[in-house]
Design a protein around this ligand. Structure first.
Ligand code: HEC
Ligand code: HEC
Ligand code: HEC
Ligand code: HEC
Ligand code: HEC
Length: 212
């Protein structure tokens, strides 16, 4: 990869450069209006729902899926749904939930606006990071306090590499990755040096790791 970039890759490198400096990728604070005023502060914060209830692929795959309408319907079924337990109909008549109910009836998915997006030439993988004990909060901020999600970090190459060079301060016990309020004193027995050896954690900084 480095060979390609330095030798014949001038054109490719400038495509990379244009891609990487376009505003879409450096959008700290990007906070689009969503079709439904869904609040993480309410669901993940107050109601204490685990991130993985909705983002259930985050530990298993590269991408962390946005939940399907069915996941919302588990609690927000419209009143008319025959046979549904009453407890699963939270705010069945709410105007704010109309797009959820419409989506449920028509089978068309909800048009959530995507917030975080790396350029196509970068390879990223959620599962690898979660498995090593890197928390959502390190890369996305206190989502559990956000009424509307925004991009908290610039997700630049320097940002990735800074952590790959020195991951130690950013690691925690695996079972605490979705506890965004975690602090080291909550896990006095956690030995980060041992964690790194046991899991053979040596993040790489060579180009081909992220540019495949
Ligand atoms: C009840 C379901 C639910 C729970 C629980 C939940 N989320 Fe979400 N999440 C969503 C939905 C729906 C969206 C898309 C709409 C939006 O951005 O608000 C989303 C969007 C996001 C995004 C932005 C995705 C993008 O487009 O770039 C991030 C980051 C995120 N969630 C992180 C978290 C974290 C971290 C937690 C746990 C603290 C969590 N979520 C808990 C449903 C949920
Ligand atoms: C585990 C149950 C549960 C799930 C799953 C869930 N919610 Fe909720 N949601 C609630 C509860 C409980 C409230 C009401 C809190 C209150 O009124 O105090 C609520 C409130 C809301 C409200 C505010 C409604 C109003 O009229 O004030 C919206 C909008 C909403 N949820 C959207 C969603 C969306 C979209 C999803 C799917 C991504 C979702 N919820 C998944 C439990 C859930
Ligand atoms: C090491 C940093 C890092 C960690 C840790 C991390 N994310 Fe992400 N997340 C990203 C990046 C980078 C993107 C953009 C990915 C892309 O464009 O391919 C992203 C995108 C997302 C998206 C949008 C869908 C997607 O996959 O593109 C959701 C939802 C999300 N993250 C949720 C979470 C949740 C929930 C956690 C914790 C369980 C988490 N993330 C942990 C960096 C991270
Ligand atoms: C807060 C720390 C942190 C940040 C930020 C971070 N990483 Fe990582 N990354 C790690 C750790 C820890 C590993 C695991 C290394 C190991 O097990 O040896 C890893 C591993 C990887 C791997 C290796 C996957 C494999 O197949 O082996 C890729 C690819 C990767 N990261 C890409 C990225 C990209 C792209 C970004 C920025 C968008 C990023 N990382 C940001 C800590 C981080
Ligand atoms: C840990 C992951 C990671 C590694 C390792 C990495 N990159 Fe990147 N690179 C990225 C990300 C993420 C971006 C996109 C940054 C953005 O969108 O702002 C990027 C962007 C670029 C760009 C576009 C211009 C720029 O600087 O923003 C070039 C060129 C590039 N990388 C070359 C390289 C070369 C050469 C190496 C090896 C010396 C390398 N990368 C190693 C993650 C990585």
């Amino acid at each position: 990869m480095l060979g390609v970039l330095t030798a014949g890759g001038g054109a490719y490198a400038s495509v990379l450069f244009l891609g990487a400096t376009s505003p879409v990728t450096l959008n700290v604070g990007y906070r689009p209006e969503q079709p439904i005023p869904f609040s993480h502060a309410l669901h993940a914060g107050e109601l204490k729902m685990d991130c993985r209830y909705c983002h259930n692929s985050v530990e298993k795959s590269a991408h962390s899926t946005i939940p399907a309408t069915q996941t919302c319907i588990n609690c927000h079924s419209p009143k008319s749904t025959a046979g549904a337990p009453a407890l699963s109909a939270v705010h069945p008549e709410s105007k704010k939930l109309k797009p959820v109910h419409d989506s449920w009836r028509t089978g068309e998915s909800i048009d959530w606006v995507r917030i975080h997006r790396l350029p196509d030439y970068v390879y990223f993988n959620h599962a690898v990071h979660i498995a090593r004990g890197v928390s959502c909060v390190t890369c996305h901020g206190r989502v559990d306090k956000m009424d509307i999600v925004y991009q908290a970090k610039d997700q630049s190459m320097t940002w990735c590499i800074d952590c790959h060079r020195n991951p130690e301060p950013h690691l925690r016990p695996r079972d605490q990755v979705t506890n965004l309020a975690w602090t080291p004193d909550m896990s006095p027995d956690f030995d980060v040096a041992k964690h790194m050896i046991d899991n053979n954690i040596k993040p790489q900084t060579n180009c081909a790791v992220c540019h495949r």
